[in-house]
Design a protein around this ligand. Sequence first.
Ligand code: ATP
Ligand code: MG
Length: 176
Amino acid sequence: MTDAKARGLLVVYTGDGKGKTTAALGAVFRALGRGLKPAVVQFIKGKWKTGERLYAETIPGLVFLTMGRGFTWESDDLSRDKRAAEAAWEEAARLIGSGEHGLVVLDELTYCLNYGWLSVDAVLATFEQRPAHVHVVVTGRNAPEPLLDRADLVTEMRAVRHPFSKGLPAQPGLDF
Ligand code: ATP
Ligand code: MG
């Protein structure tokens, strides 16, 4: 890419506050408007149909994959979680490397890194080798230090208040 200002960025949305996945989906919305052909890979079990998944199905050409078998504490078979994470990562790496998508969102990828299902070094190597125009957005709590070091943009969502503490349940359309 000749224009250094137009290079693809590595973006990380992390922290304990709400808004990480929402911010990434906002970038997808923008990228669609700019013809960047965004792709999303969610590294969580597709247990519930979320609003974003339901809407993604109606957007022609939008790649929106939800994989994995959920979180460890819900699982009876850790090795299956690892295999699912590896399969999702394989697909994500292919999407990134293809250069066909100007924006690739890896939603909740940090969980797979923190559980050791995926190697941080291998993930960073794939980011490093990606086509120069591809933006990558990673979301999830506790982003590992080497990923933060490598990122061009890091935003940490800080939890100031969340309705969960009042016992209010997750709201359709706002939370999922
Ligand atoms: P969102 O998808 O709403 O942008 P997120 O990606 O920042 O949230 P996750 O860690 O992925 O947050 O958790 C997703 C779910 O957990 C959402 O329903 C969200 O409302 C809820 N959540 C996020 N932060 C908090 C918090 N500090 N306390 C309680 N629940 C939270
Ligand atoms: Mg999230």
